[in-house]
Design a protein around this ligand. Sequence first.
Ligand code: NAD
Ligand code: IPM
Ligand code: MN
Length: 394
Amino acid sequence: MSGAEKAGKNFKIALIAGDGIGPEVTAEARKAADAAASSDGAKLEWSAFPFGAAHYLSSGEILPKSSLSELAEFDALMLGAIGAPSVKPGILERGILLELRFAFDQYINLRPARSLPNVPTPVPLGGRVMDSVVIRENTEDLYMGLGGVSSSADGLFETRLDLKRGGYTLAGELKLSVSPGMSFAVQAALNTRHGVERITRYACETAGRRGETRVTIVTKSNAAPALYGYFEDTAKQVIDSEYPGIKYDVVNVDALCYHLVRDPLAYGVLLCPNLFGDIVSDLQAGLAGGLGTAAGGNIGDGLSMFEPVHGSAPDIAGTGRANPIAAVLSGALMLRHIGLENAALNVERAVGDYLEHSPRAELPFEFGGGAACSEVGGSILKKLQEGDNGEFRS
Ligand code: NAD
Ligand code: IPM
Ligand code: MN
C-alpha cells in the first residue's frame, strides 16, 4: 500500500488488555498509537475483547472458537498480558496467549532489546548503545503442548495427538511407561523443517534490514542433539544455501547467557528456538534497562499480535508502578506492521525524547523515578503532540 493510499485509511485494531498491569499499560499504548496514527493521516478503530482471568472466573470462557474468526477480520491485535494468581498457571497462558499464537500461525516472535536514553542498566554500557534483537521461533519446540502426567498407579502415559500448525498436522500417539510404576510427567518438544526454515529466513532478513551480516544461532545441541542439533543444522543449511551474504555463529544458550552478562553488546540478531527465545528475551530486557521497556510482536501471515515481553506483574498491578514503555513501543511495532512507518518512528522518538529530557521524578518507578503509569503515558503523549522529537536515540 502506498503512503497516499494509507492516508485517511482506517485500521481495525483488536485489544485484549488482559490481566494485572495489562489494562494499565495498554491504555497508554493505545493513546500513543492513536495520536501517532492520526498525525500520519490514519485512524485506528479499536474493539476490546474481555478475555483474561476475570472473564474466565465469571463466565468459564477462556477463548471461544467464535472469537478467532472474529479476530481474523482485524488488521492487528494489541495484547496486554495474560495470567493471574487466581487461576492455575497455564490455563489462561496456554488457552489464550499461546492459542492465539498458534491459531494465527504467528511464527515469528520479534523481540528487540535496546537500551534507552537515561535508563540505568545493571551492567554498565560505557556510553555505548545496546541494540540487539531476539528472533524467537513461536509455534514449536517445548511449546507444542505434547505431554501430560501419568497416572501414579501404573506408571503409564498415553495420549493421542491431532495438532494443527500452519503448514502441517501432527498426528499419532505418544505412549510411555516407567517401571517400577510411579507417576511421571512428559512434555515433548518438536522442531520441524518447515518451522526452522521460515524463522531462519526471517532472522537473515532482519540482519539484512539492520545492515548486518551475522546471525547467531542459539542452541543446546550438546545436551539435546536431536532437538537442538536439528534446529542448528537446519538453520545452517538455510543460511548456506539461501543467504550468501550472511555468516552465522553458533552459541550454546548457557554460554550465551554468560557472554551477554559480561558484554550485553556482544550480539546482534539472536535466532532462538521457542523456549530459549523466551528466556533470553527476559535476560536481554533486564540488560537493556528493564522489562518495562521490552517490546514484542508475534508476527505471521495472518493476524499479528503485539504485546510487551513482560507478563501481568501481579506484584505491582493496581499500584501505578507499571512502566508502560514496553507496551507503547509494542504499539510502535504494530504501527510499523500495518504500514504506518512514520507513526511508528514518531512513537519511538517521543519515548526517546521523553526519557532524555525528563527530570528523574518524571521517569517511571522502574528507573528510580516517581511517575505513575498514566503520567508516563501522558508525558509520551505530550511529546507526540508537540512533534519534532528528533532522532530515536536508542
Ligand atoms: P512478569 O513479567 O509479569 O514480572 C516479572 C517482574 O518484572 C515482576 O517483578 C514485575 O513487577 C516486573 N515487571 C514486569 N513488567 C513490568 C513493567 N511494565 N513495569 C515495571 N515492572 C515490571 O513475570 P511473572 O511474574 O513470571 O508472571 C506473572 C504472570 O504473567 C504469570 O501469570 C505469567 O504466566 C504471566 N505472563 C504473561 C505473559 C504474557 O501475557 N505475554 C508474559 C510473561 C508472563
Ligand atoms: C512470553 C511469556 C509466555 C511464553 C508465557 C506466559 C506462556 O513468558 O510471552 O514470553 O512463555 O511465551
Ligand atoms: Mn516470557
